[in-house]
Design a protein around this ligand. Structure first.
Ligand code: UGA
Length: 448
């Protein structure tokens, strides 16, 4: 919304939320999310044509276009638990829009939703007896965290789905005109509602599938002595495959990939397409395998036990340049290590201690249900590594590269033999080995 406001000074954009603290934070220098370039973008339009408010009803009533951008987490209860999206917030929005609208509206689904949700929104509004012309569009977002502002500035495409009626087409064209203020028209795609909704789930499923595919090969590389980065580079040169999203890792995290694939799986199952469902579910299975494989390797390398050993965790966010930890692989790896009774010392440049404790199911002081304190949060990589038997790089922050972090100094601080596990293939393993580390990466030849 900030980008639309920045690019379209003639359009008033009001962002509403029931959470007062969050609305206040959006108008401060300390935004609720860390995203490079976002603060600057908000500041350009704040108070000019970008407003933040808790007056939800009034803002809906005044708007011509309403974007629904609420949470759609995986359902944790009842039918579809663990797979289907929980649409209760979307439904609440639809009912609220129907209740307070006194003029025609274009309603845009921005949240990622299962196929045919637009129809649900339309039915709720029709059933409410609201007589105004309400058109529902699907406009999924393709930005990635950490690069959100450049993705928005220069998107590969903008996708808008609408109904094929004259009113639907008019609504669709109205939204096209908003994006056309900065996006070339040939990159703004118009489809049916269902194609648009399904394209979003499919795009994420394909992206995640590439990561699981290269991660699967990384396991084979370790056995055979091949180097996964060399393999990725070689296959990526084939223009039919392409070089992006082939970085082997400790598995994908983030709020989207797993949720969207589970959604796709649930959708397929509900249509009796069991082979299709199983096909996509395998992407998740491989991702889980990759996370646990990494923690198992740490335990095995440290002579079969990490109990009471200090392990430094460098990075907790699900990727660099974000403070988001949703579904971060670091959570699962730390939990595995805690099950093995390791003492873990975590440093992440952007993630606050309270968030890490919450993610790991610990209390506000970092203690588990039995009162054990096995997790400490550090304010530097050096501090985390003090007295550690091993370090594990779990997020590819630039600050952990060997030209930015003094690994010789870190080595001196650690117990010997000092192990380094690079879960992101971020550092030059040979340089670490020269210092004295027992270093290993993902899909990299082992040194016996
Ligand atoms: C993803 C998609 O890339 C966006 O296009 C989409 O809009 C977004 O989900 C969404 O649905 O909202 P995001 O989750 O923010 O974006 O970040 P990604 O860059 O896709 O990274 C996801 C995870 O995959 C991270 O944990 C990252 O470290 C991992 N990854 C990514 C790899 O392990 N290897 C790669 O080659 C690329």
């Amino acid at each position: 919304m900030a980008k639309i406001a920045e690019k379209c000074p003639h359009i008033d954009v009001t962002v509403v939320d029931i959470n007062e603290a969050r609305i206040a934070a959006w108008q401060s220098d300390d935004l609720p999310v860390f995203e490079p370039g976002l603060l600057e973008c908000v500041k350009v339009a704040l108070g000019r044509n970008l407003f933040f408010s808790t007056a939800v009803d009034e803002a809906i009533a005044a708007a011509d276009v309403v974007f629904i951008s609420v949470n759609t987490p995986t359902k944790t209860y009842g039918v579809g638990a663990g797979k289907a999206s929980d649409l209760k917030w979307v439904e609440k929005c639809a009912r609220q829009i129907a209740r307070v609208s006194t003029s025609d509206k274009i309603i845009v689904e921005k949240s990622t939703l299962p196929v045919r949700t637009a129809e649900t929104i339309r039915k709720i509004i029709e059933g409410s007896g609201n007589e105004n012309n309400m058109q529902v569009l699907s406009n999924p977002e393709f930005l990635a965290e950490g690069t959100a502002m450049t993705d928005l500035e220069n998107p590969d495409r903008v996708l808008i789905g609408g109904e094929t009626t004259p009113e639907g087409t008019a609504a669709l064209n109205a939204l096209v005109d908003v994006y056309a203020n900065w996006v070339p028209r040939e990159r703004i795609l118009k489809t049916t509602l269902w194609s648009s909704e399904l394209s979003k789930l499919t795009a994420n499923a394909f992206l995640a599938q590439r990561i699981s595919s290269i991660n699967a090969i990384s396991a084979l590389c370790e056995e055979t002595g091949a180097d996964v980065d060399e393999v990725a580079f070689a296959i990526g040169m084939d223009s039919r495959i392409g070089p992006k999203f082939l970085k082997a890792s400790i598995g994908f995290g983030g709020s989207c990939f797993q949720k969207d694939i589970l959604n796709l799986v649930y959708l397929c199952e509900s249509f009796g397409l069991n082979e299709v469902a199983a096909y996509w579910e395998q992407v998740i299975t491989m991702n889980d395998y990759q996370k646990h494989r990494f923690s198992r390797r740490i335990v095995k390398s440290l002579f079969g036990t990490v109990s009471s050993k200090r392990i430094a965790i460098l990075g907790f966010a699900f990727k660099k340049d974000t403070n988001d930890t949703r579904e971060s692989s670091a959570i699962y790896i730390c939990q595995d290590l805690l099950t093995e009774r390791a003492e873990i010392a975590i440093y992440d440049p952007k993630v606050p201690a309270a968030q890490i404790f919450r993610d790991l199911g610990l209390d506000a002081e970092g203690k588990d249900a039995d009162g054990n304190k096995l997790v400490s949060i550090c304010s530097s990589a050096q501090e985390a590594c003090d007295g550690a038997h091993a370090l594990a790089i779990l997020t590819e922050w630039d600050a952990f590269k060997e030209d930015q972090l003094d690994y010789s100094d870190i080595y001196k601080r650690m117990e010997k033999p000092a192990f380094a596990f690079d879960g992101r293939n971020l550092v030059d393993l040979d340089k670490l080995r020269e210092i004295g580390f027992e270093a290993s990466g993902i899909g990299k030849p082992r040194v016996e």
